[in-house]
Design a protein around this ligand. Structure first.
Ligand code: SF4
Ligand code: SF4
Length: 183
């Protein structure tokens, strides 16, 4: 006869004895269930009143992307494509354009991203795009993409991702920069 092997000690013998009359009324089991409910009344609630209340994020939290500007308000991105290549979810697409004369105050380099999109439904918030960027042009902020009813609402375009201009809106810029401002 083979030896019965047990992988864990979690298995329990099922008691198949017929129920007594008292047991078949389930009164004791109902009382036991109510006691458990009652016990939870006096415990600290694990739920919070979101969105009025919010939990603090972890220090390493990676949220929605921000396309960064320099201190003069010029877009840092040169549309080199390194972030798109590094992205394991293929969530980033862009189109490059040449900077024209007179646009030096808008774009830091001679090439810029005329179109830059991130599909937040594909993104896994790994942060590889931030690591790959040689121009400090993209980073993951402390906010997250809000809920939406349609898929197209999750395709974030350049105007959705660009940080406020530090010259025109220094407060908005500082707020969007968040922890990055302290580095
Ligand atoms: S965070 Fe990761 S998945 Fe999301 S766009 Fe960047 S590289 Fe792609
Ligand atoms: S965000 Fe950075 S890595 Fe991506 S295209 Fe722009 S400059 Fe290149």
């Amino acid at each position: 006869m083979g030896v019965k092997m047990q992988l864990t000690n979690k298995s329990k013998q099922v008691d198949r004895k017929p129920m007594t009359f008292l047991e078949s009324l389930y009164l004791w089991n109902i009382a036991k269930g109510m006691m458990i409910t009652l016990k939870h009344f006096f415990r600290k609630k694990p739920t919070i009143q979101y969105p009025e209340q919010q939990r603090p994020f972890s220090k390493v939290f990676r949220g929605l992307h921000i396309l960064n500007r320099d201190e003069e308000g010029r877009e840092r991105c040169t549309a080199c494509g390194l972030c798109a290549v590094a992205c394991p979810a293929e969530a980033i697409t862009m189109e490059a354009a040449e900077r024209e004369n007179g646009e030096e105050h808008l774009y830091r380099e001679e090439k810029y991203a005329a179109k830059y999109e991130i599909n937040m439904l594909r993104c896994i918030f790994c942060g590889y795009c931030e690591e790959a960027c040689p121009k400090d042009a993209i980073y993951l902020s402390e906010t997250f993409a809000p809920a939406n009813y349609g898929r197209t609402g999750f395709i974030y375009k350049k105007q959705d991702l660009l940080i406020p201009n530090p010259v025109e809106d220094p407060e908005g810029y500082k707020k969007a920069l968040g922890d990055k401002a302290k580095q």
